[in-house]
Ligand binder design. Structure first.
Ligand code: PLP
Length: 224
């Protein structure tokens, strides 16, 4: 019941327009079901194998988000059902997702992951790579992907000012892309709307900086 209480508390804290993704990595399906019974439908996993193990055991109306680094050879396993791939960090991956979307006769929603942290360990595109990727998409439109927004992970630090700086940086990139006429055909204003930033320790700051999807794990399910 603690999971239901945690979800209720977080939902009370965050504004209505912010979507809560419950990050369930390493947690058993029984705990995911507890969240499901509390009304939670969006779940985030960072590993394809774990997602594939859980997906058939959960109800069909769960929306699965992939939030971890994705290898191109694993795209085919999640392409039939994935709701949102939040961690697209290369053109090669984007093209593979488009191809698998075509095979499955669906449009796959993705976020481009932008590197905003001071650490070397986090995946993501830098600003130049982001523009290179989008320039390529302008010349070769991909019919089976929808670029719905951006995702970023802030530095793992106690320094709130640093974290806020990184969130504001990602928000400024997001706003620039959205208003950049050059990209209007691939980042249509009706679809390019999602800004995924904020986890258990920093979702408050992220929302203040403009996030509208938060990915919350330990504050719902407890420490891993
Ligand atoms: C694990 C993870 C989260 C959730 O982290 P918590 O601190 O447990 O909320 C969010 N985003 C990504 C990309 C993750 O890998």
């Amino acid at each position: 019941m603690i999971i239901a209480a945690n979800i209720r508390k977080i939902k009370q804290q965050i504004p209505k327009h912010v979507q809560l993704v419950a990050v369930s990595k390493t947690k058993p399906v029984e705990l995911l079901m507890e969240a499901y019974h509390a009304g939670q439908r969006a779940f985030g996993e960072n590993r394809v194998q774990e997602l594939l193990t859980k997906q058939p055991l959960m109800p069909d109306d769960v929306e699965w988000h992939l939030i971890g680094h994705l290898q191109t050879n694993k795209v085919k396993y999640i392409a039939p059902f994935i709701h949102l791939i939040q961690s697209v960090d290369s053109l090669k991956l984007l093209e593979t997702i488009n191809k698998e979307g075509e095979k499955n006769k669906r449009v796959i929603n993705v976020l481009l992951q932008v590197f905003i942290a001071k650490e070397e360990t986090k995946f993501g595109l830098n600003e130049d790579e982001l523009h290179e990727l989008l320039a390529f998409c302008l010349n070769k439109p991909m019919q089976h992907i929808c670029i719905c927004g951006l995702m970023g992970i802030a530095t793992n630090t106690e320094d709130k000012l640093e974290i806020i700086k990184e969130f504001n940086y990602l928000k400024s990139i997001f706003d620039n892309l959205k208003s950049n006429k050059k990209y209007e055909h691939i980042l249509s204003s009706s679809h390019f709307n999602l800004l995924s930033m904020g986890m258990s320790s920093d979702y408050d700051e992220a929302i203040n900086s403009g996030s509208n999807i938060v990915r919350v794990g330990s504050a719902i399910f407890g420490n891993r």
